[in-house]
Design a binder for this molecule. Structure first.
Ligand code: SF4
Ligand code: SF4
Length: 120
C-alpha cells in the first residue's frame, strides 16, 4: 500500500477517478466484503511520480477517512498476508509478487497507526 480507506467512507465516489492507477474500487467490488470503497495495496503507488501527495485523500470530503498503511514492498508485504486490515479483517490482494512505490518520508510508526493522509 499504500493508503487505506476506513469505515467512515460515505461512498461518495470523489476519490475513484482521481487515482492515476485505478487502484480504488467501490463498495460493490470491495474484496473484503465491507460496504465502502477499497484501495488495492498491490496497485496503489501512493501517487509517487504522479502527484505531490495522494490524490484520493486530497479529494476525499470525509476527514481522516483515508490513512497511511504499510508499504507494499519487500518484507513489509508480510503485513498484508496477516489479518491486519481494519477490524482485523484480511486484505484483498490480487498479486503478491509486485513491489509498489511508496513515500519513504512517511514513517512506519505513522503507517501502522493509520495516520490520516490529510490532516487539518
Ligand atoms: S494514493 Fe494515489 S495511487 Fe494510491 S489509491 Fe490514492 S490516488 Fe490511487
Ligand atoms: S472520497 Fe472518501 S468518502 Fe468518498 S468514496 Fe472516496 S474514500 Fe469514501
Amino acid at each position: 500500500m499504500a493508503v487505506v480507506i476506513g469505515d467512515t467512507c460515505i461512498n461518495c465516489a470523489a476519490c475513484i477517478d482521481e487515482c492515476p492507477v485505478e487502484a480504488i474500487v467501490d463498495e460493490d467490488d470491495n474484496p473484503t466484503g465491507e460496504e465502502y470503497y477499497y484501495v488495492y495495496p498491490d496497485k496503489c503507488v501512493e501517487c509517487v511520480d504522479h502527484f505531490d501527495s495522494p490524490a484520493c485523500a486530497e479529494a476525499c470530503p470525509t476527514e481522516g477517512c483515508i490513512t497511511w498503511d504499510m508499504p507494499f514492498a519487500g518484507d513489509d508485504k508480510e503485513w498484508f498476508k496477516e489479518p491486519n486490515y481494519l477490524d482485523g479483517e484480511e486484505y484483498g490482494v490480487e498479486n503478491f509478487d509486485v513491489d509498489m512505490p511508496y513515500r519513504d518520508d512517511i514513517s512506519m510508526e505513522d503507517r501502522k497507526a493509520h495516520k490520516p493522509v490529510v490532516e487539518d
